[in-house]
Design a protein around this ligand. Structure first.
Ligand SMILES: [Fe+2]
Length: 160
């Protein structure tokens, strides 16, 4: 998992991460921090194992760590964060040592991680979408009433 550590230690990654942390300091809704990124990575990996969907573990973790890295751009300019994340993730993945074909699959998943159209796909994009949604603990959230997620989207029970 050296490549994943390289992503985490990348100076741009750390920069975008700290920008998001500062911008979300007063946010009452779900944050976009390392806890969320690792929750998504681990849930996505469990989904791969349970459904016998064979992806390299580093691809799954790369998606988890990078899918929301463009959140700061969205706050600053209004650019949709899946677009910003895809743009910012490319150079970080290259520097971390991923091959061109690997980067293509990872970026495809990141760029579509908010698209309902791919939500049930049995591929990395579909898994990232579902893991992202499943990662949110709505049942324990103090801002649940104000949240703009529809009730059918919220995780109101612990699903096993
Ligand atoms: Fe996310």
């Amino acid at each position: 998992m050296k490549k994943i550590q390289r992503i985490y230690e990348h100076k741009d990654y750390q920069h975008y991460l700290s920008e998001i942390t500062q911008m979300e300091v007063d946010r009452v809704y779900c944050k976009h921090d390392m806890a969320h990124f690792l929750d998504v990575a681990r849930i996505a990996w469990i989904m791969c194992l349970e459904n016998e969907i064979k992806y390299d573990k580093t691809w799954v973790y790369a998606c988890g760590l990078l899918h929301d890295i463009g959140r700061g751009c969205q706050y600053a300019t209004g650019e949709p964060h899946e677009v910003a994340s895809t743009r910012l993730a490319k150079g970080i993945l290259e520097d971390a040592g991923f091959e061109v074909e690997e980067i293509e699959v990872i970026l495809e998943a990141i760029s579509s991680h908010r698209s309902k159209a791919i939500s049930s796909q049995q591929d990395l994009a579909g898994i990232l979408y579902r893991a992202d949604k499943a990662s949110r603990a709505c049942y324990t959230c103090k801002s649940i009433e104000k949240c703009n997620w529809s009730n059918d989207k919220k995780n109101l029970k612990i699903e096993v």
